[in-house]
Design a protein around this ligand. Structure first.
Ligand SMILES: Nc1ncnc2c1ncn2[C@@H]1O[C@H](COP(=O)(O)OP(=O)(O)OP(=O)(O)O)[C@@H](O)[C@H]1O
Ligand SMILES: [Mg+2]
Length: 413
């Protein structure tokens, strides 16, 4: 008796079901029983229509008797099998009449081409022949499913690779755009810096020297005792000298080259505290050894920019700077207790390196150049900027390191 169609068994892990369609006599029932007894899933199909519906997705093979394979049936079956994907070659076992060749046997043989993978099995059937043919067909089908799974896996891997490639490409694009933006900003900063130096020279040095000159002219033309004028001119020149020193040292502290980062940092943090009114502390090992010059310059510029940001943006009353040295790296931390970096600004900066000014982008580039890592934590309780820089920098990297121009805007007046 025919049993209802089994559910889909088309993955390699499951047993494949053999669909049996031999509607005359008891062939279906007998075949089903013999196969089931030898542990093969078999399912008799009640009608040709249902068989057409089931192949090729359901089942591992079909056993079909030649009596049902008239022209239209072959066409219909061939049409359905033509929808198979390329990896699939659905196995058909056609039961032929025994002995002399019948018309239908010939038809079955001729129909081999459109039906694809056809094997003929002569009746009367011997269980051992039936079972071995079916096992062979199912093994072949299972291999096809393995190929399908392999192809699927490969397709998935290719898609994953493509996705990774796309992500990488968009990251490169974003990064290139960020660098382009940074270099544009750097040019603007350079202009701004020149303007400020010009203003500084004009407004302080220029004014002091002009006033001193007036005093000296008065003495020269009026004659007599010009002591007071000369004293005042001397004071003005002193101020001009002091301002020249400050200006020049802030642009590039000679201490940095001569005595190293430790001295320059002490001088700068102390001056920053005085100029900004922010209580600034510095925690550094007493006997800090000299570091390679690109690292000292980078640390100093990072310190300058981070402190300028604290002054310009944080509203923090305090800032703590610390420098820690390990066997392989130095760590610079600048921590304030201000209002923090706006969340969206920080998130975008973390993801793409954009959305900030020259300051943070410049810090990031400097750290990257030295193969270091930059971490910025920020909340409404304050900001912590931590730069870790490896100290064993390869020689050629040191030599070829591009040093960004000093940023005058980081001077706090
Ligand atoms: N310590 C801080 N506390 C609060 N906000 C900060 C702090 N540091 C940076 N920010 C925020 O991050 C933004 C980006 O800083 P960044 O230094 O890159 O640019 P900027 O200071 O605005 O301009 P510049 O290009 O002159 O440095 C700032 O505009 C500010 O909103
Ligand atoms: Mg800044």
């Amino acid at each position: 008796m025919a049993t209802p169609l089994a559910p889909m068994f088309n993955s390699v892990g499951n047993d494949l079901t053999v669909l049996v369609f031999a509607p005359f006599g008891k062939d279906s029932t007998l075949i089903e029983r013999v196969l089931q007894q030898s542990g093969i899933n078999a399912c008799a199909i009640p009608s040709f229509k249902e068989l057409i519906r089931a192949v090729p997705e359901n089942g591992g093979a079909v056993i079909i008797s030649e009596e049902v394979l008239h022209h239209e049936a072959v066409d219909e079956l061939a049409q359905k099998l033509a929808t198979q994907p390329r990896w699939s070659d659905f196995p058909l076992i056609v039961l032929t009449g025994g002995g002399a060749t019948t018309d239908t046997t010939e038809l079955a043989v001729r129909s081999r081409a459109p039906l694809g993978n056809v094997a003929l099995l002569e009746r009367p059937l011997r269980p051992v022949t039936l079972i071995s043919s079916v096992r062979g067909a199912i093994a072949a089908r299972r291999r096809q499913y393995e190929i399908r799974d392999h192809l699927l896996e490969r397709k998935r891997a290719e898609e994953a690779l493509q996705r990774a490639h796309d992500v990488l490409e968009s990251l490169v694009e974003e990064r290139t755009a960020a660098l382009r933006a940074l270099s544009g900003k750097l040019l603007r900063v350079q202009d701004e810096e020149r303007r400020r130096i010009a203003r500084e020279l004009h407004d302080s040095l220029g004014q002091y020297l002009a006033a001193a000159k007036i005093n000296l002219n008065v003495v020269a033309t009026a004659g007599g005792d010009g002591t007071l004028y000369i004293q005042e001119a001397s004071q003005l020149i002193d101020r001009a000298i002091a301002d020249t020193r400050t200006l020049s040292h802030l642009l590039h502290p000679p201490l940095l080259d001569e005595a190293g980062f430790a001295s320059a940092a002490r001088w700068y943090v102390e001056g920053f505290g005085k100029r900004s009114g922010i209580a600034a502390t510095l925690d550094m090992p007493d006997n800090l050894r000299r570091l390679p010059s690109p690292i000292e310059t980078a640390l100093f510029r990072i310190l300058q920019e981070a402190l300028t940001n604290v002054h310009r943006h944080s509203k923090s009353p305090v800032v703590d700077v610390s420098l820690k040295t390990g066997a392989k790296s130095v760590t610079l931390i600048i921590k304030d207790k201000g209002r923090g970096i706006p969340r969206q600004v920080l998130e975008k900066f973390r993801k793409t390196g954009t959305n900030v000014g020259v300051g943070l982008a410049g810090i990031r580039e400097r750290v990257k150049e030295l193969d270091g890592t930059l971490k910025i934590d920020s909340s409404d309780a304050g900001t912590l900027l931590k730069a870790v820089i490896p100290v064993s920098v390869p020689e050629q990297r040191e030599a070829g390191l591009p040093v960004l121009s000093p940023i005058y805007s980081s001077i706090v007046h």
